[in-house]
Design a protein around this ligand. Structure first.
Ligand code: SF4
Length: 219
């Protein structure tokens, strides 16, 4: 169980899944480089959050920008959209008759990714909702801006376990203030921090080796 003062940004789990070093540079070192990807993503989120925060359409309640947190995961953040569907297995909501089942929906630029970073983020949101509302959240949706389609996500035991492990590792790194070194891969090309990280330098000689070489040359 984490105290509120230890909460980390929930949305960081997608950075963590993409690259642990990227997450550490953003969330531990507080470095940030805007590029097309991040800016376009933010605009899309802004649109989701700017709209009315609450809407009712028949048997459907839609809440935008709902604040969420989990003491078990030590994460806090915001859901783009939470849909509450009339369902007898749901929870009571103040001011509304019957029971309502929450389904988180996260908006993303582009198309589904090769890794499961988006699914992890959505699952972490669901685990927050479960803890806050004391209800089981079975599934959710990722909405991709490029193809304008919803992609269904089932919150399986293994996905939940991955979320727990990622959150635990994020807290361990954060407490140590440690930025892990990772091997550069082709995904570095799509990384908003490539110019700050300079991943290719990791492939070149280590500073110590470089100095030792220089000393030997002077000899
Ligand atoms: S450039 Fe590559 S190694 Fe560096 S933070 Fe980005 S993805 Fe990670």
């Amino acid at each position: 169980m984490y105290g509120e003062e230890d909460y980390l940004m929930l949305s960081g789990i997608q950075h963590f899944a993409f690259c642990r070093k990227q997450w550490a540079m953003i969330h531990i070192e507080q470095q940030w480089a805007e590029n097309y990807r991040t800016t376009a993503g933010e605009l899309m989120h802004k649109k989701a959050h700017d709209a009315a925060s609450f809407e009712k359409r028949g048997d459907l309640l839609i809440i935008r920008g709902m604040r969420i947190s989990s003491r078990n995961l030590g994460l806090s953040g915001q859901c783009d959209v939470v849909e509450f569907h009339h369902d007898e297995n749901g929870v009571s909501l103040f001011g509304y008759d019957g029971k309502w089942k929450p389904i988180p929906v996260e908006y993303k630029r582009g198309t589904p990714k090769e890794n499961n970073a988006d699914e992890l983020q959505l699952c972490a949101q669901a685990m927050c909702l479960e803890e806050m509302l004391q209800v089981y959240v079975q599934d959710g949706y990722l909405y991709y801006g490029e193809n304008r389609r919803r992609s269904h996500v089932d919150f399986t035991d293994s996905l939940r376990e991955e979320v727990r492990n990622a959150a635990k590792e994020m807290h361990e790194l954060f407490q140590r203030g440690y930025t892990p070194n990772v091997k550069p891969t082709k995904k570095c090309k799509a990384c908003s921090l490539e110019n700050l990280c300079l991943p290719k330098l990791q492939k070149t000689v280590k500073v110590r080796d470089y100095i030792e070489k220089g000393i030997k040359a002077d000899d």
